[in-house]
Design a protein around this ligand. Sequence first.
Ligand code: NAD
Length: 247
Amino acid sequence: MRTVIVSGASSGIGRATAERFARAGDFVVNLDVHAPPADAPTGPREGGGHLRWVEQDVADWEGVRTAVDEVRAERGRLDVVIANAGISVRHGILDLTEADARRTVDINLMGVLALWRHSVPHLLHQGGGVLLATASVNGTRGYPLYADYNASKAGVTSLCQTFAVELAPLIRTACVAPGAVLTPMQRAEYTDAMLDEVNARIPARRHARPEEIADVFHFLASPEAAFVSGQQFVVDGAETAGATTAF
Ligand code: NAD
């Protein structure tokens, strides 16, 4: 049974990913700053997997180190680490405060770095493993009103490249860069009218479901993806594939 860590698994993409891996037979430890929702499954799962919850802020460098060490000590191994926790706050550049920007970078970029960095000694010690993360199409474009978020996600893609090159051939990395996914994060930012407007702009004419991102993570962690490393997979219903103007 593989041991898998997923951060930000109390909600949205992380929760769907944790459940996807547990359903397929993995032992999944969820790190989240918030307690799991009351309806979150826990313990042994159908399919032979297991779900466990640990309250942990990914922006706490030493706290993440302790959490990872404890998982490894208890389980005896660590196979897949998915750094997914993230926040996003809309604000124009002139409204951006130092505190807002630092919080975004601390969670979205430093949080990935901490989780991956502290997992590496364990993965190397046992002969290998897979590091995955949730980036975003926002890291590939200058989406207005998301300067700090866009930059934090571009940083995640850069970590994915550097860890892959420096730690090959024992460790593989990959990022998933979702476009619009219908999760509590997305819902909190958009009114119904904004949601319709975004859907109209996506060639697929809809948001992704969190489960559709979870399926891509599951493939990237599988032996079928053994030669995939250092790359980012855009999963966006063709949102970023086309030109921005018709003529
Ligand atoms: P969500 O708000 O539903 O879930 C985010 C989870 O992260 C929550 O469980 C939250 O408690 C946790 N979290 C937040 N801060 C944390 C911290 N400091 N330490 C530990 N856990 C923390 O959001 P989501 O849409 O599922 O987003 C998950 C990831 O996907 C994020 O990295 C986000 O940037 C990325 N993403 C989302 C979308 C989208 O459209 N929803 C698109 C692209 C990328």
